[in-house]
Design a protein around this ligand. Sequence first.
Ligand code: PLP
Length: 260
Amino acid sequence: MYKAMTIAGSDSGGGAGIQADLKTFQERNVFGTSAITALTAQNTLGVQGVYPQSLECVEAQVDAVLSDIGTDAVKTGMLFSASLIRLVANKLDEYQVNNLVIDPVMIAKGGAPLLQEEAVVELRETLLPLGKVVTPNLPEAGKILDGRKIETIEEMEQAAKDIQAMGPEAVVIKGGHLGSEERSVDVLYDGERFFHYDSERISTKHTHGTGCTFSACIAAELAKGKNIPEAVKIAKYYITAAIRYSLNVGNGIGPTNHSA
Ligand code: PLP
């Protein structure tokens, strides 16, 4: 059986983070493993607490999984600090992980910081060059590019090109935040070509965990041997259905539906 690993934060509310990733791996028929970088106390109303784990704890989890079970792909999500990013990058290098999907998680929808401000430099310089695919949304791409505003599809293409030049094999800029567009368009740049992935824009507030789910799906498909454009295409279909049938649980922003 193909295997995928997530190195990310736990969402006690079950909609994002490690929980979303493992549900996605299950739905995409790969065996999922995890290393938890931070615990969050969280529900549909927001993040009530963030508890980063020690370097020793994260290292022990990664070693335990990769020295025995191994993996066909890894995705990283919430890494929280520069020191955790450095550790994870060293480990991915040590185990020669080459199907690496990096979701550069920075801020939760409710505004809680999931990556310390000063860690953006470490993300850019240490982790991004190891990536097969990096999946920023528009605010994250803007932060990686020193505060650039990205407001059109052309600017998304330029941003994808500029982030790809930082070292990863490919970059998908997610257009969900581009409110000016009637459709939801994601732009992939693989170093040679641009690909546009277009879907209807679904009107719902229940979109918690979309980024986690999308990047986990790409990792699962890469684990199975799909190439990058195919993996992104499948992930776009998967996340569109997950948003269309998203769940009205709790009193706030509900999660996407992993089994839609
Ligand atoms: N909590 C954790 C642990 C996450 O990894 C993420 C995803 O990026 C979030 C929360 C944010 O979820 P959202 O912004 O989709 O509500």
